[in-house]
Design a protein around this ligand. Structure first.
Ligand code: SF4
Ligand code: SF4
Length: 112
């Protein structure tokens, strides 16, 4: 099982922002428009991640125990590209910082 499935810390630690062109109200977009809010011209973020306490509206479950993403197939690039080796147990600084904020131990940091 991926460590991410019992973590979810990054979905409750950072502002998850990305281009408005990824939102499904534009051709080619996939992220549900109802789940995003505007940050700046052409920039949006997942609802729930713009202010403390941070928790993405699409996150299901309890951080550090069992979690899932309600829009996994349609999640933004910021999520797809975050700590890409964490799913196989190799984190990076941003991943481990998020984990620390939730009292979780570091994953092994991937070699550069
Ligand atoms: S990428 Fe890191 S912080 Fe995010 S869910 Fe996976 S293990 Fe947790
Ligand atoms: S869209 Fe999914 S993967 Fe991205 S922050 Fe929200 S819950 Fe996490």
């Amino acid at each position: 099982m991926s460590p991410c499935q019992s973590c979810g810390a990054c979905c409750a630690a950072y502002r998850v922002s990305f281009s408005c062109h990824e939102v499904d109200d534009l051709p080619g977009g996939s992220v549900p428009e109802a789940l995003v809010e505007s940050v700046a011209p052409h920039l949006v973020c997942m609802r729930g991640t713009a202010s403390a306490p941070v928790r993405c509206v699409a996150l299901r479950g309890k951080v550090g125990e069992a979690v899932s993403c309600a829009i996994y197939e349609f999640r933004p690039s910021a999520c797809r590209e975050f700590a890409p080796l964490a799913a196989v147990g190799r984190g990076d600084e941003a991943c481990n910082e998020a984990r620390r904020r939730h009292g979780l131990s570091d994953l092994t940091v991937a070699a550069a």
